[in-house]
Ligand binder design. Sequence first.
Ligand code: NAD
Length: 717
Amino acid sequence: MPDAPTITVSYPVADVAALTLDMPGKGANVLSQSVLQELDSHLQQLEGRSDIRGLIIRSGKPGQFIAGADLREFVASLDVTQSQAAEMCQRGRRLFARLSQTQFPTVAAIDGICVGGGAELVSWCDRRVMSDSPKTQFGFPEVKLGLFPGWGGTARAPRIAGLGNAVEMITGGESISAQQALAMGWASDVVPPDRLMESALAIIREEQATRAYDRDRQRCQGPVAISPTELGFLGATAAGYIQQQTGGHYPAPLAALETILAGSQLDCEAACRLEADGMARLFGSPVNAALLNIFFLTDLNKKDRGVDRSELQPREIRTVSILGAGIMGAGIAAANLKREVQVLLTDARSEAIRQGVQGVLDEVAYDRETKQKDFDRAVRAAALLNTTTDDAALAASDLVIEAVVENEQVKREVLQRLEQRMKPGQLLATNTSTIPVNSLAQGLEHPQRFCGIHFFNPVRRMKLVEVIRGQASDDQTIITAVHYAKRLGKMPVVVKDGPGFLVNRLLLPYMDEALKLVEQGLSFEDVDKAARRFGMPMGPIELYDMVGLDTALFAGKVLCQAFPDRFTASPIVPALVAAGRLGQKSGRGFFLHVGKKRPQTDPEVMALLKPFRSEKPVQLKPDQIIHRLFLPMLVEASRVLEEGLVRHPRDVDIGMVFGTGFPPFRGGLLHWADSLGAAKVVEFLKPLEPLGKRVHPTALLQELAAKGRKFYDGSPS
Ligand code: NAD
């Protein structure tokens, strides 16, 4: 049986047709090949009818217009040739362009998300009316996937909204609201959702009377009117800004800029051909494949419930008690309040509670758009935030999170004391970053309802949360912790208990290798530069100073003790700590930190480290430094998979991208390895062999290399 259709035709009035998109069984409409075919045949029928005097395109899904092209189809066709990709673009664009060639005006009535291919489709309509619902978002996010619009978007946008707006929207990839769309000229009208059709019909009647749409069709076929000076200025400023934002790692925004500017000086048909050729060059490129991987990782993470039992339902967390009002406790409290989860905060020191509450309210009140504190927000949050020193009150919350000092004895005492008072069904969690959850579970009466919920610092910025599954944690606990983390807008990854869990375990080999390179005589700057060149937001040496050298020393010790066969602690960090150089927090670490200035080199530190550094620096090219830094991390990741620490390779990549800033344009650590090929990785590891086990290929890597297989085995799912 053929699939039920997505597009149906109806006649809101006798001489106006409406095409309604409503993909059966899906939450959102996407433009798959079959939907495009349906559109084609509907247009063919309507084009031949003399009784039709107007066409409206709308969605049958409230709050969801069109979410874009079907990305799964994209992935399946990533290896087409460039000319095939260009032809795919041309075919879609020619279809959409028919919306601007009909004998009657065409109007898109948009309620909800209208992005990517959806925004392109409506760009070919004569007019657009949008609903004032906050769900209505309009934009071209293609650059976030390493692409730019390929169905005429780069040609239509400047002709409708002006060159500056088109450049900003397409190269930035951010969506705009209906009101912004109205101001830019995208929308002719913004009305409540239930008045969309009425407005669309009124627009059609007006266009029939004035025939303004005909004049606009003529105008849009030609080049965009702009003086050469203005064009040059726009190009130079936009290119400078893009270069600064992308660090040269993301080619799509710059390519989009060139295409928009060059296309603006041609007629529309030629601009579209230019667009198709440019888009084809990006389609299937390594950056495109990597960013698609990130898109699917994120999408699958939203659907992953953390356990495989479909009959199990998470418990709803409405109230949370947080013990420890320090950096992490305050950050976690703010994250809860932002999502309207009631918080009870406590600390052993009353001064810490006072400071914690102040910090939490300051953060919650901050409005990112206005860059000001919003008094109303603070008042609303304050109503949900309470403090207490009463154990009975703390233990009454749906979830109790312990975020006290990193001391096993203290944590055990706190957890056991509170557990006594908790009722069945309540959850107990620790935010420890180094202490095994299994050790903390010892002495608990109900370890099945205990797990780690490991937030990262700073909580407001870091999307990743590791949900640590102890030996005794049950499925109900894990599914609830995962559900809760998502409620806070985080990306939870379930990790089995083990030293360093996932992220710190994989960071150690990288951070440690950076010190080994310094010991071999490389400068801090050479090491950091190589990491940044690879795409990391900062180098490992800078990262040491940011994390704090005392924290790094402690975490390093735990991991070196756990894996003595491959990691030995460098003497460098202890020497710096002994000299009181703790990093940013003490104003001195590897670098000097003065106010908000960039970290500065400090000759004193060189003298301090002299005994540990080789007199004759090893000579390494930037790529060799990159291999030294990232291959030990990769080898350890393959070990993590062998041990079954996470449930899927994608969890490693989510952890690295959202927990460490691993460059998204590389698609994640394992995607990067897959893009090189396991055989190549093994070949790169060969010359490093004398360094020891940390760079010896694991059985898994060897097997993938021998069989020509990938970590992902071809699919992120
Ligand atoms: P912090 O020193 O800023 O805060 C710890 C707080 O716990 C202090 O205010 C202290 O007074 C309080 N405290 C100590 N003993 C207590 C007790 N018995 N009862 C109640 N409160 C008590 O530390 P932090 O950086 O917020 O770290 C807290 C936890 O989060 C640690 O387990 C740490 O490993 C973990 N963590 C820290 C980071 C980070 O980067 N700071 C990141 C992830 C996880």
